[in-house]
Structure formats: C-alpha cells, structure tokens
Design a protein around this ligand. Structure first.
Ligand code: PGA
Ligand code: ZN
Length: 420
C-alpha cells in the first residue's frame, strides 16, 4: 500500500489553542493524528512553529499546516506508510535544521504519528503491534494535584502524581485512581472550600496549598479514605519542573529560597516522609551535575526522571548517561519531532539501564497514539494526567481497550516497573 495523500489542518488543543492535525490517505481511508503542545517547555525541545501576528494571539499554525500540504506531501506521497524510518528520515532531511525549526516539529510530529497509524492500518494490525512487539500495559502515573505553570495557585511543584503500582492490573489502577480522585475532591472541598476543586491544565485539582508536603499528604489521606493502602498499593510521584522556579542560582519553592544543594536535601527528606517512587526534573534543565549527585544519593530507590533535561534527545540523554544524571527518560514525541527519533531515545535508555515513561503534554487532544507507543515499546510506565477530562481519559480508555484485546497475553509490571 502507498500513501495516496498527505494533508493537514488547524484544529484546537485542550487549552483551546490551535495545533496541527495531519491526515494521511491510504486505500481511500483517511487517518489523522494531532500534535500536542507543552506549557513548561524545555529550552532544548524541537521548535513548535507558530504564525505570530494577530490571529489566535500569534498562536496560529497555518505555516506548519502549509508545510505539510506542500513540502512534506511532496516527499511522502506515493511512499510506503509501513516504512516509518524512511518517512521520518525524509522529513528530518527535508527540514535540514537541528530543531526542526524550518518545517516545525508540530508539523513533523503530526505527520509522523499519522504515518505510524497508516502503517498499522496497511499491515492490518493495531498501532501498538505495528510500533513494537511489546505487550506491556503501563503503570499509569496520575497527576491529580496540578501546580506550577499548569495552575494558578502557590504550589510551585508542577505535578503531584498518584501511582497505584501495587494493584494487580492496569484497569484496577485506573479504578483506584478514579475512586481516589473523587475522595480527594471531597477532602479538598472540606479542607479548603468549594473553589479548591477547580482544575488545572492536566485535569488535576488546583487547591490553595502552599507546599508539596501539604499536597502529597492530602493525596495519601484521600487514598486511605477510598480504602487503599499507601506504601503498599499506592505510591507517589512528582514532577518538579524546577526550571520554572529557578532564578539567579536559587530555587523559590515551598515558601523557601534554596540553593541546589538545599533543594537536594529537601527532596531527600520528602522521600523519607512519603512513599515517593519518582521525581522528575528535580533541578533546572541544564544542571546535569546536581541531578547526578541526587541520582547517586537516592537513585537506587527513587526514579530520577529527565524531561526538560533530556527533551527526548538521544544526544542529551547520552550525556546524562555518561555523567550518571537521572535514571529514567520522560519520552515526549513532540520534543524531538518524529516517532523514529523517539524510539531511538527509548532504545538508548533501555540499553543503558534507564527506564522510560511515555508522556502526554499539558496541551493535548483526542489523539491516543501515546497509549499504543507505551504498550508497543514496552516502557512499563505512562503519565497522561488526571483520570478526568476527555483529552486525558481518551488515553486511559485506549489502554483499557488494549488490555481487553491482549487478554491473557498482556503483561502488567506493577511495582516491578519501579524496581520495588
Ligand atoms: P508540559 O508539561 O507539557 O507543559 O511541558 C508536562 C511535563 O512537564 O511533564
Ligand atoms: Zn515534566
């Protein structure tokens, strides 16, 4: 089968901003994929092409759309959608810049994901099977208290996540998360009043808490209220996204102004106080050194994740591996711009004993590709927001369908995904 047509259009993401939807026609079937978009983006991410000017406050993506309709269509029309590497290589070469700034990574990622889906269709297999041979249902990390750039409160730590790794299956994790989300809602209302259950960009609550301890404590209380055992069934994770509160060499967090060393001690004491299994971007995006020190100190029991640190870029990841910075990669396809380059980063992680977490962005859509990527690549972990709001539940619901489809062939790593 060949790609008959490559097209694109401007659609809206979950924040209401425009984004690129690519559409690929194979055997008369039109297959679409949508580019996600971050808010706390890393400096070293591939370039998201925006139009500027007045339209959509400068956020329009008509130039990126045009690039798909003309240049990208020119090189991909007539090619085999099952050859993902060839399509991605052709786009990367056509772009010619290191960060995909000419065509726009929002253009290439939408096309790359659409090619993957089209390839799956051409081969008559589900996307997860087309993309890899894994049959691993990931342990989900649910961001149920939103802070930082994703909410409007005082909490500087961006994400406080619930990790129900002690439950026996993916679907049981999802049920626990939903039940705990509802009990958290009641608890927050009681503690802080009705406005405390307003939500942030990823569907988690944005209560008026001032410190991450307060947020994590409340999550554990909600878990107990719902009948789950913290430290046995329920674990916690956080994404500090610390570049967002780093200025002039200091971190302004939890009501304190801390040096990197002091912040490191703060994390260590949090891991003693709470059943934390994962800390993402503990230090600002270029601080490989302190990240390596923290990894050395607590990395054997807590996963240290590089998001803005690595930006799904194999070169940055290899530097991290060499220096011992972090022990896990947060994988976001749009940070690098193609499925193939993302697979490369995942492969390099696995080869070097680093774990991989497939991740959504804070600006999302109904597209569910990342659910399939996590299963097919066998990453064992996914983070895609709260168990609420359509753009988040789309991914969680897709995983339910995959779990059903795989039946007894499905593998669920549970606590093992975190080395527990
Ligand atoms: P972003 O946030 O999509 O706004 O970058 C997600 C994350 O930091 O993991
Ligand atoms: Zn992050």
């Amino acid at each position: 089968m060949i790609i008959e047509k490559v097209w694109a259009r401007e659609v809206l993401d979950s924040r209401g901003n425009p984004t690129v939807e690519a559409e690929i026609t194979v055997s008369g079937h039109r297959i679409t994929a949508i580019a996600p978009s971050g808010a706390s983006t890393g400096t070293w991410e591939a370039h998201e092409l925006r139009d500027g000017g007045k339209r959509y406050g400068g956020k329009g993506v008509l130039k990126a759309v045009e690039n798909v309709r003309t240049e990208i269509s020119g090189i991909l029309t007539g090619t085999d959608p099952a050859d993902q590497e060839a399509a991605d290589r052709a786009m990367t070469e056509l772009d010619g810049t290191p960060g995909k700034s000419r065509l726009g990574a929002n253009a290439t990622v939408a096309v790359s994901l659409a090619v993957a889906k089209a390839g799956a269709m051409a081969e008559g297999v589900p996307l997860y099977e087309h993309i890899g041979k894994g049959k691993v249902l990931p342990v989900p990390m649910f961001n149920i208290i939103n802070g930082g750039k994703h909410a409007g409160g005082n909490l500087k730590i961006q994400e406080c996540m619930l990790v129900p790794a002690g439950l026996p299956s993916y679907s049981e994790c999802l049920r626990a998360a939903s039940e705990i989300y509802m009990s958290l809602k009641n608890l927050l209302k009681k503690k802080y009043g009705p406005s405390a259950v307003n939500i942030g960009d990823e569907g988690g609550f944005a209560p008026p808490v001032n410190t991450v301890s307060e947020a994590l404590e409340t999550i554990l209380e909600a878990a107990s209220d719902a009948g789950y055992a913290p430290g046995k069934e329920i674990f916690l994770a956080m994404d500090a996204a610390s570049s967002e509160f780093f200025e002039n060499g200091r971190y302004d967090v939890d009501g304190m102004s801390l040096t990197a060393g002091e912040l490191s001690d703060h994390y260590v004491s949090l891991t003693k106080e709470f059943p934390l299994v994962s800390i993402e971007d503990p230090f600002f995006e270029d601080d490989f050194e302190t990240t390596a020190q923290l990894t050395k100190k607590i990395g054997n029991k807590v996963q240290i994740v590089g998001d803005d640190l690595f930006v799904t870029n194999t070169e940055r990841l290899m530097r991290g591996i060499k220096e011992g910075a972090a022990n896990a990669l947060l994988l976001k396809v749009n940070q690098i711009g193609t499925v193939t380059e993302s697979a490369e980063a995942a492969g390099a992680s696995f080869e070097n004993g680093y774990r991989v977490i497939v991740s959504h962005r804070s600006g999302e859509s109904e597209d569910t590709s990342i659910s399939d990527l996590s299963v097919g690549w066998g990453t064992g972990q996914i983070k895609t927001g709260a168990p609420a709001r359509g753009e988040r539940t789309a991914k969680y619901n897709r995983l339910l369908r995959i779990e059903e489809e795989l039946g007894s062939a499905a593998v669920f790593p549970g606590k093992k995904a975190f080395g527990l």
